[in-house]
Design a protein around this ligand. Structure first.
Ligand code: NAD
Length: 386
C-alpha cells in the first residue's frame, strides 16, 4: 500500500495535504509513504522533515502520480504546463482524495470516470458527528472566518476595542457578520476577542443560540418558509424572503464599521446579501470582507481576488484564505485526511467499503462510473448547458 502526497501546482495554493507528523504515524502503521519534492515547502515543511518522518521524497511527478495507490492533494487537479491534466497521470484503479469541487465543476467527474479513478471529494464528507474529524470544509472555513476578521480590522481606519485613554475615549467598532455557519461563528469569536461589538444574521434560525453564546446579538428575520434542509444546510430562499431580509439587514449594514459576509448555499451561486444601494449607505472608511467572493460574492460590489474602494467603502474579496495560513491549515487538513484514511485502509490494503456512509457519500467516481447522485445530476445539467 503506497500513499503519495503531491506538490500543489495551483499558483495560490500554499497548503500541503499531509504534514510530517501525520506521515510518521502512517509509516508506523506499515504504509509506504511517498512525498513529492517541495510539496511542503510553501507551508514550511521541508523535504528533510518528511524524510525524517520515514517518507521517500520523489522528484519525478509522473512516477509519484503513476505509482500511487492513494494520491493525496488539497486543490482539485489542474492542467499541467505540458497540457495534460494531473488526473491523466493516475494509474487506473488508484484512489484520489482532494477537494474536487464536483458540484461547482462537475466536468472533473467525467475525466475521473474515464481514468477509472476512485475519487473521494472532501467537500462531500457528510456533516455528521462520526465524520467530524474528517470535515475539511469546517477545518478550513474556520481559518477563513478568523482571517477575514484580521483583514477587516487591518483595513479599518479605526480601533476595534473600546479604549479609555488620556487623549479621550474610543468607541468600539461595530462588526456585522452575515451567515453564521462555521466561518461566520469563528469570525464572531475573533471579532469579539478583538473587542468589537458584534451582530450576526443567518436565515437558519437554529444558529441564534450559538451566535448569542459567543457574545454577539442575533439579528432575527421572520420568514414564512423553511430555510433549512434536512441535512442542516441553508436553502435558496424565495424572492419575497430575499426582499424581507434585505429590508431588515439594510439598517445593520449601514451602521456597521466592518461587514463580513460568509453566506453560501451548497452547489449554488452565493446569495446576494449586500446590494450596491446598501454599500452606498455605509460610512466612508467602512469595510466589507466578502468570503463568498469565489462563489460569485455576497456583495454586489465584490471583485474576486481584489480590494476595491467604492464610494469610500473598501470591499475585499479574498480568494482561498485558508492557504494564507498554510501551517495550521495543512495541519488540520492532514488530520482530516488521516482520519478518513483509517476508513479506507484495512490490514494495510485498500478497502473502499460503500457500506460505510462516509465513504458512500464522499466517493464521487468509482470503477468507471459516477458514484454520487448529486454529482450525476450536476454533470447532466452542465452537459445540457454546454
Ligand atoms: P455554508 O458555508 O454552506 O454557509 C454559510 C452560512 O451561510 C450558513 O450558516 C447558511 O445558513 C448561511 N446562509 C445561506 N444563505 C443565506 C442567506 N441568504 N442569508 C444569510 N445567511 C445565509 O455553511 P457551513 O458553515 O458549511 O455549515 C453548514 C451546516 O453544516 C450548518 O448547519 C452547520 O452547523 C453544519 N455543520 C455540522 C457539523 C457537524 O455536525 N459535524 C459540522 C460542520 C457544520
Amino acid at each position: 500500500m503506497r500513499i503519495a502526497v503531491a506538490k500543489e501546482i495551483e499558483v495560490c495554493e500554499r497548503r500541503v495535504a499531509l504534514i510530517p507528523d501525520t506521515v510518521a504515524r502512517l509509516v508506523k502503521q506499515g504504509v509506504e509513504m511517498w512525498v513529492e519534492t517541495g510539496a511542503g515547502e510553501r507551508a514550511f515543511f521541508s523535504d528533510a522533515a518528511y524524510e525524517a518522518a520515514g517518507a521517500k521524497v520523489i522528484t519525478d511527478t509522473a512516477t509519484l502520480w503513476g505509482e500511487a495507490d492513494i494520491l493525496l492533494k488539497v486543490s482539485p487537479p489542474q492542467e499541467r504546463e505540458d497540457g495534460r491534466s494531473e488526473v491523466d497521470l493516475l494509474k487506473e484503479g488508484a484512489v484520489l482524495i482532494s477537494f474536487l469541487n464536483p458540484l461547482g465543476n462537475p466536468s472533473i467527474a467525467r475525466r475521473l470516470v474515464e481514468r477509472k479513478v476512485t475519487a473521494i471529494s472532501m467537500e462531500m464528507i457528510p456533516r455528521t458527528t462520526r465524520a467530524q474529524s474528517m470535515d475539511a470544509l469546517s477545518s478550513q472555513a474556520s481559518i477563513a472566518g478568523y482571517k477575514a476578521v484580521l483583514i477587516g480590522a487591518a483595513a479599518l481606519p479605526k480601533y476595534f476595542p473600546m479604549l479609555t485613554t488620556a487623549a479621550g475615549t474610543i468607541a468600539p467598532a461595530k462588526v456585522f457578520i452575515m451567515g453564521a455557519g462555521v466561518a461566520g461563528l469563528q469570525a464572531i469569536a475573533t471579532a469579539r476577542r478583538l473587542g468589537a461589538i458584534v451582530e450576526a444574521f443567518d436565515i437558519r434560525p437554529a444558529v441564534k443560540e450559538e451566535v448569542q453564546s459567543l457574545g454577539a446579538k442575533f439579528v432575527e428575520v421572520k420568514l414564512e418558509e423553511e430555510t433549512t434542509t434536512a441535512g442542516g444546510y441553508a436553502k435558496e430562499i424565495s424572492e419575497v424572503s430575499k426582499q424581507r431580509t434585505q429590508e431588515v439587514v439594510t439598517e445593520h449594514v449601514k451602521n456597521a464599521d466592518v461587514v463580513i459576509t460568509t453566506a453560501q448555499v451548497p452547489g449554488k451561486k452565493a446569495p446576494l446579501l449586500v446590494t450596491q444601494e446598501m454599500v452606498a449607505q455605509m460610512k466612508p472608511g467602512s469595510v466589507v470582507v466578502d468570503l463568498a467572493a469565489e462563489q460569485g460574492g455576497n456583495c454586489a460590489c465584490t471583485d474576486p481576488g481584489k480590494d476595491i474602494v467604492w464610494n469610500g467603502v473598501t470591499i475585499i474579496g479574498p480568494i482561498n484564505l485558508p492557504s494564507s495560513m498554510p501551517v495550521h491549515a495543512s495541519q488540520l487538513y492532514s488530520k482530516n485526511l488521516s482520519s478518513l484514511m483509517q476508513l479506507l485502509i484495512k490490514d494495510n490494503a485498500l478497502n473502499v467499503n460503500f457500506a460505510d456512509d462516509i465513504i458512500d457519500a464522499a466517493c464521487i467516481t468509482h470503477a468507471g462510473e459516477i458514484h454520487n447522485q448529486r454529482v450525476r445530476e450536476a454533470l447532466q445539467a452542465f452537459t445540457t448547458v454546454s
